[in-house]
Design a protein around this ligand. Structure first.
Ligand code: AMP
Ligand code: GLY
Length: 420
């Protein structure tokens, strides 16, 4: 099987590594990939800038399966483009991807289908938003409607902070047209989990539960980031909570999409807030989480390539097989991440770590310059440790993380501790 993989982060490195482990896969092309994917024997990095270029490549190379890592190509409709040509691609259609592509679409969808989420108000002009923020209840959450690379959500603790973010989005166009419409949401408290399912229409199989640590600083303080670390499985739900989530959120979402003529094929990720009053949806994503993928995929024993090919053709596997061990992943970020990452620093130590059964180093913001490996993005690497207990996984991951160095290396020391 020849596979084309789209994306270049640590999530895609983990996908590429897992796909390469399938005996059915002969060749992988990753666009654009990174130095981590480049080192995988079956893989070759390629650079395909647009969806038509990706399609042309897939046709010319007789690709059997295309896998899309990030949300942007999904929201732009790459799956529709491939399906029109009869090519197999793993991921949801453009319309189903609106669950992630538009926060307003997702909110309206949840309200229409009685799926629990925070209350909200919508604004399409700055003066009315500012008037509302003058007397709003704080904290509250401001969200730019469209995609904003994970930066379009701000938890605001006072009026000044909220108005400044509103101006950034609506007047200064920090996220271009993604800030044309803004939502103000009720602030939810509790602990967060990432509930991912493999879906084909209204049928699905839950993946094992992961918890991502979204805040930059230890003790869940500081600004939100793309994710500073994660672990899987996260033993945070009772059986009855899991059943409630499946019946009030997952099934309803998939059934509603199908009845609207937009059946969902791919990974549906519900970001959930859990507290003593119950469970609410914070967001939907239409792909694997990053860093969740880096801790979920090393635990998956089933053949991912076979599963993805099946789902792209409408077929769910009977079940998924999991490794019993715990996986814990630490994001190594740069100084200044998330707002002003300072890049271009030489990374040392990566090659000294044995990437084996127990430790995996997944690359994200790294680049090669001659024989050097340099930082090139805010999140540089995800370092994953596996162990028979959470503690063992944590020790392995931190031992490896501590053996890597570059100027400004920044990471949380409390991944897998006390987030619930
Ligand atoms: P979103 O992209 O909508 O999930 O938001 C990113 C992050 O912001 C979430 O993972 C939460 O940590 C936080 N967040 C979003 N909405 C809320 C909310 N209504 N209350 C509290 N935190 C939120
Ligand atoms: N880890 C959060 C996300 O992938 O959106």
């Amino acid at each position: 099987m020849k596979v084309l993989l789209i994306g270049g982060g640590a999530r895609e490195h983990a996908l590429c590594w897992k796909l390469a482990s399938s005996p059915k896969v002969t060749t992988i092309y990753t666009s654009p990939g990174n130095p981590g994917t480049e080192a995988i024997k079956k893989n070759k990095n390629v650079n395909l800038a647009t969806s038509p270029a990706i399609l042309e490549f897939a046709q010319n190379q007789s690709i059997d399966l295309t896998v899309v890592g990030p949300e942007k190509p999904l929201c732009d409709g790459i799956v529709d483009l491939f399906k029109e040509k009869g090519l197999s691609i793993f991921g949801p259609s453009k319309q189903a991807s609106q669950l992630e592509g538009s926060k307003l679409f997702a909110k309206q969808f949840m309200y229409q289908n009685d799926i629990p989420s925070a209350t909200y108000e919508v604004f399409d002009d700055l003066p009315s938003l500012k008037r509302f923020l003058e007397t709003a209840v704080y904290p509250c959450v401001l969200k730019a409607d469209g995609l904003a690379a994970g930066k379009g959500v701000k938890l605001c603790f006072d009026k000044n902070e909220a108005i400044e973010f509103a101006i950034d989005c609506m007047e200064k166009r920090r996220f271009l047209h993604s800030g044309t419409v803004m939502l103000v949401e009720e602030f939810l408290e509790g602990f967060e989990i990432s509930f991912l399912v493999l879906a084909a229409g209204k049928n699905y199989i839950p993946l094992e539960l992961a918890q991502d640590h979204k805040k930059l600083l230890e003790g869940d303080k500081g600004p939100n980031t793309g994710g500073m670390g994660a672990y899987c499985p996260a033993p945070l739900l009772t059986k009855s909570q899991q059943e409630i989530i499946e019946s009030t959120i997952i099934k309803k979402t998939l059934v509603a999409l199908e009845s609207q003529g937009n059946p969902f094929y791919g990974i549906l990720y519900a970001g959930l807030m859990i507290n003593s009053k119950g469970v609410k949806v914070l967001e939907y994503n239409v792909r694997f989480g990053d860093p969740e993928a880096q801790v979920i995929l090393p635990r998956l024993k089933s053949d991912l390539a076979e599963i993805m090919l099946g789902v792209s053709q409408g077929q769910l596997p009977d079940k998924l097989e999991w490794d019993n061990r715990v996986a814990l992943g630490i994001t190594l970020a740069t100084e200044g991440y998330p707002d002003h990452p300072n890049t271009g620093q030489i990374i040392s130590g990566v090659l000294n770590i044995k990437d084996d059964h127990d430790v995996h180093i997944f690359h994200a913001g790294t680049t090669r310059k001659g024989s050097d490996l340099l930082t090139s993005g805010g999140r540089v690497l995800t370092v994953v440790g596996m162990g028979s207990t959470l503690n063992e996984a944590r020790l392995k991951a931190y031992e490896a993380a501590n053996a890597i160095s570059y100027e400004g290396k920044n990471y949380r020391k409390d991944i897998g501790r006390g987030s619930h």
